[in-house]
Design a protein around this ligand. Structure first.
Ligand SMILES: Cc1cc2nc3c(=O)[nH]c(=O)nc-3n(C[C@H](O)[C@H](O)[C@H](O)COP(=O)(O)O)c2cc1C
Length: 184
């Protein structure tokens, strides 16, 4: 109930044992057909800020340069982040299980990582900024452009500021109840 996304984090990041827990929690996500679509790439420490350059280069190559204020903000943000997990999905190559189900299995794994990071006292934030949807970014991070989908970045570290209170939607606004139709 207390989890919320925390964008601005700093070192220390998770220890090896804590990272092992976070990634093990990820692989406990449901997965129709046991496709095992999860593909994660760890980016740590001094390598993290270079992620911005990957997006910048892809933007220039695609003739869609990332706006300078966004680039500056991303640089400032990532200069302190100790760990980024690049998120990828490899859907069922046979097509038997629909791609959306594998994307959901990866989303469920990311949710498990967000919860695990929070339970360990870390802050975490899922971003599809920094050129996530530009051609070449996923490939530059090691994903197979043909068979894998790059799904953004999960930043994890120690929260810099105390979290602001957050108002959550009332579940009643999102839930209805279905009843079997009356027999004719
Ligand atoms: C797939 C996905 C991509 C997201 N990408 C961004 C992003 O690029 N920039 C951003 O400000 N928030 C992004 N968000 C939203 C934040 O990760 C976060 O969910 C939001 O700030 C609300 O925080 P909460 O998790 O505490 O409700 C994304 C969320 C999801 C699920």
């Amino acid at each position: 109930m207390s989890r919320r996304s925390v964008k601005f984090v700093q070192a220390p990041g998770p220890t090896e044992d804590q990272l092992e827990l976070i990634l093990s929690a990820a692989l406990r996500a449901p997965d129709h057909g046991a496709i095992k679509p999860w593909r994660f790439v760890l980016v740590r420490g001094a390598d993290v800020p270079a992620l911005v350059d990957v997006g910048v280069r892809a933007g220039i190559a695609a003739d869609k340069p990332l706006p300078q204020p966004k680039v500056d903000n991303a640089r400032k943000w990532l200069s302190k982040v100790p760990l980024v997990i690049a998120l990828g999905c490899r859907p069922d190559p046979s097509g038997r299980i629909r791609e959306q189900e594998s994307l959901l299995a990866v989303g469920a794994a990311v949710m498990n990582m967000l919860n695990a990071a929070h339970a360990l006292g870390f802050g975490a934030f899922w971003s599809t900024g920094m050129g996530t949807y530009l051609d070449g970014v996923g490939e530059a991070l090691g994903f197979d452009a043909l068979n894998e989908r790059f799904m953004g970045y999960l930043a994890i570290g120690t929260p810099i500021d105390a979290p602001d209170p957050v108002r959550r939607p009332d579940w009643r606004d999102h839930v209805s109840e279905w009843h079997a139709p009356a027999e004719a």
